[in-house]
Design a protein around this ligand. Structure first.
Ligand SMILES: Nc1ncnc2c1ncn2[C@@H]1O[C@H](COP(=O)(O)OP(=O)(O)O)[C@@H](O)[C@H]1O
Ligand SMILES: [Mg+2]
Length: 254
């Protein structure tokens, strides 16, 4: 099979098929959030987690989201990632109104257009690294040979290909987060959402994981939205959105 290489990540080759955009031009809106609100009905009453959020993200932008604990950052990522429905407002991905779709179409958006990276990695501990990375392409029904090929290529790029048969639980935190990044990339999504991806890692390992995300954005034109408490890392993204009490307080461009 002829593989075109788009460049290198972590000193390894990375195939175009994994990093190439899904036909979007630079400066095109990949994400548009319109008047988004989320109210949770909990036992202690209603919680307004998000209130009238508006912003857009262009192809290739690396956006950081900051704000105090409980300000609605994770809730915002859940809505963008179609993991939960908003109470009001709209999320457009590649100009498609996500919540106007039916449940199986929304599941497809989650699987094909979104790559999710969590603070606590969320790997299946008893499964191998390869199986973990392949979850999105297995769900999307890719043939086994192609799925293995894609997963292994991206693992090579991230420097974890020597761990493919290892159980996820046996890896260090930094290695587990690389596996999670590989899983987020394997289906070539339009948007990568990362919720405090360095939050469980020591400073040096957190920096290494952040550098991977930065490189994915700046060299491979991936669109990334990252929640972080780390102001120093946020400074190195293209834009920071500050959330307070479920609303956008301000935005800064770096
Ligand atoms: N499933 C839920 N049910 C009820 N309240 C929730 C739920 N998830 C989050 N919340 C509340 O919504 C608010 C925002 O939470 P969250 O988005 O997790 O904030 P952050 O990620 O900024 O710390 C908080 O007050 C939180 O307690
Ligand atoms: Mg959170």
């Amino acid at each position: 099979m002829l593989v075109q290489y788009a460049g290198s990540l972590e000193g390894r080759s990375i195939p175009n098929s994994i990093v190439a955009s899904k036909g979007q031009e630079k400066n095109q809106n990949v994400l548009r959030v319109e008047n988004l609100s989320k109210i949770y009905n909990s036992e202690s009453g209603k919680v307004v987690a998000l209130s009238n959020i508006n912003f857009t993200v262009k192809k290739g932008e690396f956006v950081s989201i900051l704000g105090p604990s409980g300000s609605g950052k994770s809730t915002l990522l859940y809505m963008i990632g179609a993991l939960d429905r908003p109470s009001a407002g709209k999320v457009y991905i590649n100009e498609v109104d996500v919540f106007s779709l039916n449940d199986s179409e929304i599941a497809m958006v989650r699987n094909r257009l979104i790559g999710y990276i969590f603070q606590s990695y969320n790997l299946i501990n008893r499964s191998t690294v390869l199986k973990n990375v392949k979850i999105p392409v297995t769900i999307s029904g890719m043939a086994r040979t192609e799925a293995n090929f894609k997963a292994i290529e991206i693992m090579k790029a991230l420097g974890i290909d020597d761990k493919i048969n290892e159980k996820a639980a046996n890896l260090s935190g930094g290695q587990q987060q690389r596996v999670a990044i590989a899983r987020a990339l394997v289906n070539n999504p339009s948007i990568i959402l990362a919720d405090e991806p360095t939050g469980n890692l020591d400073t040096k390992t957190g920096r290494e994981v952040f550098e991977i995300l930065k490189k994915l954005s700046h060299h491979f034109n991936r669109t990334i939205i990252m929640v972080t408490h780390n102001a120093e890392l946020a400074e190195e993204t293209d834009r920071s959105i500050f959330i307070k009490d479920g609303s956008i307080e301000r935005e800064t461009w770096h």
